[in-house]
Design a protein around this ligand. Sequence first.
Ligand code: ARG
Ligand code: ZN
Length: 879
Amino acid sequence: MRTDTATVIRLEDYRPADWLIDTVDLTVSLHPTATMVRATLALRPNPAGAVDAPLALDGDELTLVSAALDGAPLGLDAYTATSQGFTLPHPPRRAFTLTFETLLNPTANTKLMGLYRSSGVYCTQCEAEGFRRITYFLDRPDVMSVYTTRIEADAREAPVLLGNGNPVESGPLDGGRHYAVWHDPHPKPAYLFALVGGRLARVGRRFTTRSGREVELGVYVEPGKEDRAGYAMDALVRSMRWDETAFGCEYDLDVFNIVAVSDFNMGAMENKGLNIFNDKYVLASPQTATDADYANIEAIIAHEYFHNWTGNRITCRDWFQLCLKEGLTVFRDHEFSSDERSRPVKRIADVRNLRAHQFAEDSGPLAHPVRPNAYREINNFYTATVYEKGSELISMLKILIGSEAFRAGMDLYLRRCDGTAATVEEFLACFAEASGRDLSHFALWYRQAGTPSLMAKGAYDEAARTYTLELAQATPPTPGQETKEPVVIPVRLGLIAADGEELQLRLADGRELADGLFVLDAPAAKLTFVDVPTQPTPSLLRGFSAPVKLRIDLDEDDLLRLFRHDSDPFNRWQAAQSVATRLLLRAVDAVKSQGEPGFSPRFAEALGALLAATDDHAFAAQVMALPSEADIAREIGQDIDPDAILEARRALRASVGRLIGPRLRQVYDGLASGEAYSPDAASAGRRALRNAALDLFAAGDPEAGAELAAAQFEAADNMTDRFAALAVLAQIPGERREQALARFAALYETDPLVLDKWFALQAAIPEPGTLERVRALMSHPAFSLANPNRTRALIGSFAMANLSQFNRADGKGYDLLAEVALKLDDANPQLAARLLGAFRSWRSLEPGRRAKAESALRRVEAKTPLSADVADIVSRCLA
Ligand code: ARG
Ligand code: ZN
């Protein structure tokens, strides 16, 4: 199937549904290959819809067994039904019920959408359009219904039966079967429907909400893994408390359940009262999870819980409004993690992630606005732009109107839109009202794609004691948007004197910059600061106050001054990154012209000085992590030669490692801890810095570094330290590496989530042998393309985290990805499409690689039939 003929859904074509469905009564009789679903839908004409409309319900790969209207079987001539839909050409012009029986095969459902089985556990995934794979429905988020679900199953196969809402009753049935009935009083769209049936262990806790509601919390995991569910439960309780204080949001059912499953296409899903998670984001123990895993679990548990208000109580009118729930909820989970941990460190990590994923997406063929205008496959729009840039827009909104007005706007939104399927316009109207501000220009951020550049130029006039700062903005064209308008950019700034003092911000026209905030809402602006006693260094975009690329020509002196003295921790980190980037860009040029990259020692000295003085370990660890190869590639932007980047980065790391080796060793020894592992932020920060020191030390002295790492590997009592040691060893070719890898595999051979780390690490080794290694690992007994975690670990990290090897000059990296995508296209098109996103930057490569990437993409495009998911990604990449 070619994509140019596939239907394009457009925002401007939105119209309300012609029918509403007030209640849904489901009986799902679970069976591995023959699950019977009986669904009774109570329909009525939508007063806001068309009068004579036929009734057309969505379906996807459905087998209809029977259909009845108001309880009476429908004659064959009264309707048309295919696997893809059900139509009543002449529906009654009144309220009526439709009852369908559909027959499902959950075992054969490899797409992991709708009802499927994961390691024997029945579970569902209905966002975005999975409910139509269970029964015929108006599968759109603005059709909201009250659901009652009766689940029946073999009592041994599925002793645990869970649904949305509250449990109503349960009991035995004949033939070794049993049932449970769940009722969810909150009207919801079908994408929030869920059920689970299986042999699962429960970890429970009670929670009393602020107003006294008693809630039974449950985390369900594979039996035997109960001891790995504690942290998720702890994060849930902290999330529930935090949402009450930070946003006044209280939980609204008697139970809240989380189920961990091992086959899941995404991170997790916020089904009402029954969140279903990829087990990777639930299960953790000191021996199996790293500090990063703990932080992810905390963030994702919070994210899904926060959706209960921003997503469920208030949902989206249509899928174009996806950022309304996702961007806002990402913002909320970032705030939560910032409050629970270190705000500056969290900000640095989030910006790293934003640049790596969203900036990359925004500068290539897959760029789209935070609120897209059109899509062919909605599953391809669960993107870094919708999520991460969507969250940045909320951050900017808060900066622009201030914390108080922001909270008032949220309160208004949560009150006014509660129980509705809302739009971005309705959301923004609440903030405009609460703040008394006109947000119409700000709203452009939602419609315009592309990452704006913010150009800054400063000039000091010693005689006049003035400092002039010229700011200008420009956004490059993106697919379908040739010309761009200036956006509203909040620029938090400061001026720093040579001695590190923060200077007063007094403008020539008498204005003051409150909190150092200047809002650039024009193509350009000129600020003249007066009473500036000495030549200052500007510190711009503090806290990364807008998702833009700052272009300012600061020399090494300026940057090192910011690194030492800026009162804004984010910009201190940024200054170090900027110095490193300058060094790396020059080194790439040197490598390309066959020269030896040489580095000024001042950067290494500055890092050494930080290490000698800091007690913020997590922050220092972030500083020590130099820009990635992909960061450098984005900085170069075109005609990219990944091998030159790899070599330049290696050379810088080796040079820094050598220059401050003794200091690194001292830090490493000084941070050794005799205490038992605890995942808290302070302990994690200590480990992060110690392991970053080991990593750089080994870059400077591979022999001594490998020895230290090997010792750490053996002595470690937790996965963070053991895996960090393995990661260091993995960078150093030789027998020792292979032995350590083999030993790790032997230690964790029965633990798939830990083996995923092992797959991912090897796939990311930047050496030509990696391609063959990855191919060999695809035949490893623990590997399976049927499991998304395995596939993402091995293939995803090869394609996304190994710039030089995925982009091999001979094109064999592309061939591998194309091959895997073609294999996966029928079985799990969503996963295939997601992996192919690795091609999003192919046009910025040098011509040889570009040609190879294009031919791999063309090979995928030529498959027939080709899934809508893959066709959409490939055709946009090639457009
Ligand atoms: N709503 C879920 C979350 O972000 C993600 C669902 C992803 N769905 C998809 N089709 N990719 O919490
Ligand atoms: Zn979400």
